[in-house]
Design a binder for this molecule. Structure first.
Ligand code: NDP
Ligand code: 2IT
Length: 450
């Protein structure tokens, strides 16, 4: 019986798939982690007997609710809202909200599971959660988004709180959505607390939060290259996405002296061989955040190529930063990147590389950082926003960027500590998984059977 004797990965996964049918992204995320963590669990009797991995893959609680709202034409709309409170062993549930038509329970479970390890890696006291809705903010008026956010929060507020569960942004949830949701939360609870992060600066937000995921993703690449006496400076970089994470990955890469030649949205990608400059990035940020337009308009404005329906991975470059969504680099794309000379991949998105793609990178000796390590900067500064809210003080931009950089360096150190092989090569997947796992597992052990 499992617990007394070791279990194989196949048997563990069979059980998980049976218990969670129709959730392929969740299966994928768990398998990627179990591959490196299960040997440790099998080896350490106390983890095995406490069935830590089974407990870690079962969310504490899943809340699913109806969200009704009225569109500008007066029609009623019905959406499904979720909050997956995954694990609060080391702190209040913490993680983003995603508004996208593709949102399902399985997607949010994969994201919540990843968040458990990511939040642990930051070294801050944060448990893990994820939520959202199958609502598409694209093409909606500000008033429609406001009505949706208010209706969504009218249910969610019952389940969250500054010491219970602290949501933030993710795909489709940026400053506008967080503001509407915080306004409604404050009204319903009649309290002003730091229950959401990613707030605007006027009402409790933190400097650097909006930049944090992207900056952290670039810093992590700088750490990996620095470990090999190399650097981002002068490198040609591919970025995918053009939202929050992509924008500030590009900004930091430009500051570090790299040349960013691609970015994308769900319609296709732009190739700008001369590189995105500060001025062009300002145009892109305005285009995506204010006009809410398409990246093809950048190509028209600056006379470069737009590739409809394609991803950027066929463009030759030194480094790749997938910052759009899950499963955007398959085996073919990974092979193409390697053939074209790519030496490093730092994931801004959550699980953007398929397992076959990861194996291609690892076999080719590419420095490959999984999102739970390389995109942890966002939630780390969310943690710092919670601290500032609790002490009712705001730290300076310099102090926060310094703290962010230190956290990313420590996450890199953790990956090296747990991921270094006998040949001296670093397996960042193993390092991040084991480094994130131990703290949560030890806390769960200490609590006994809960
Ligand atoms: P945004 O909504 O700001 O941007 C998402 C970007 O990805 C947009 O350019 C969007 O294109 C594109 N995109 C979305 N879905 C698809 C798709 N199916 N195919 C191709 N492109 C797509 O989200 P974020 O930048 O916040 O999030 C990006 C990724 O980073 C996600 O994986 C998220 O989970 C992860 N992440 C985010 C953090 C944060 O702090 N925000 C922290 C850590 C990870 P379009 O404009 O056409 O919709
Ligand atoms: O995936 C992520 O880490 C996020 N979307 C950010 C979570 C947060 O709480 O800031």
């Amino acid at each position: 019986m499992y617990g007394r004797t070791p279990i194989t990965l196949d048997d563990f996964m069979d059980g998980l798939v049976k218990r969670n049918p129709g959730e392929p992204e969740f299966h994928q995320a768990v398998k990627e982690t179990a591959e490196t963590v299960l040997p440790l669990v099998n080896e350490r009797k106390e983890y095995r007997e406490a069935r830590i991995l089974e407990r870690l893959t079962e969310p504490d609680r899943t809340i699913i609710f109806r969200v009704c709202w009225e569109d500008d034409k007066g029609w009623f709309r019905v959406q499904r809202g979720y909050r997956v409170q995954f694990n609060n062993s080391i702190g209040p549930y913490k993680g983003g909200l995603r508004f996208d038509p593709s949102v399902t329970l399985g997607i949010l479970k994969f994201l919540g599971f990843e968040q458990t390890f990511k939040n642990s890696l930051t070294g801050l006291p944060m448990g893990a959660g994820k939520g959202g809705a199958d609502f598409n903010p694209k093409g909606k008026s500000d008033r429609e988004v406001m009505r949706f956010c208010q209706s969504f929060m009218s249910e969610l507020y019952k389940h969250i709180g500054e010491d219970i569960d602290v949501p933030a942004g993710d795909i489709g949830v940026g400053a506008r959505e967080i503001s509407f949701m915080f306004g409604q939360y404050k009204r319903l609870k009649n309290e002003f607390t730091g229950t959401l992060t990613g707030k605007s600066l006027e009402f409790g937000g933190s400097l650097i939060r909006k930049e944090a995921t992207g900056y952290g993703c670039a810093f992590f690449m700088e750490e990996m290259l620095g470990h090999q006496n190399n650097s981002v400076h002068g490198k040609t970089c591919l970025v995918s996405g053009s939202g929050n994470v992509a924008q500030y990955t590009i900004e930091k890469l430009i500051q570090l002296g790299a040349r960013v030649v691609t970015f994308s949205d769900s319609s296709g990608f732009v190739h700008d061989p001369e590189g995105v400059t500060r001025e062009k990035l300002d145009y892109l940020i305005h285009l995506k955040n204010i006009i809410r337009g398409r990246v093809s308009e950048y190509a028209l404005e600056f006379g470069c190529e737009f590739y409809h329906g394609e991803k950027p991975w066929k463009v030759p470059a030194d480094l790749a930063f997938p910052c759009a969504t899950q499963n955007e680099i398959d085996e073919t794309a990974a092979l193409l990147l390697v053939e074209n000379g790519c030496i490093g991949v730092s994931e801004g998105a959550n699980m953007p590389t398929l397992p076959e793609g990861i194996h291609v990178f690892q076999n080719a000796g590419v420095l490959y950082a999984p999102g739970k390590a390389s995109n942890a900067g966002g939630v780390a500064v969310s943690g710092l926003e919670m601290t500032q809210n609790s002490i009712r003080l705001s730290w300076s931009r310099e102090e926060l960027e310094d703290r962010l950089q230190t956290i990313m360096r420590k996450i890199h150190d953790t990956c090296v500590r747990y991921g270094k092989g006998d040949d001296g090569k670093i397996d960042y997947v193993k390092g991040a998984n084991i480094g994130g796992f131990i703290k949560v597992a030890d806390a769960m052990l200490a609590y006994g059977v809960v």
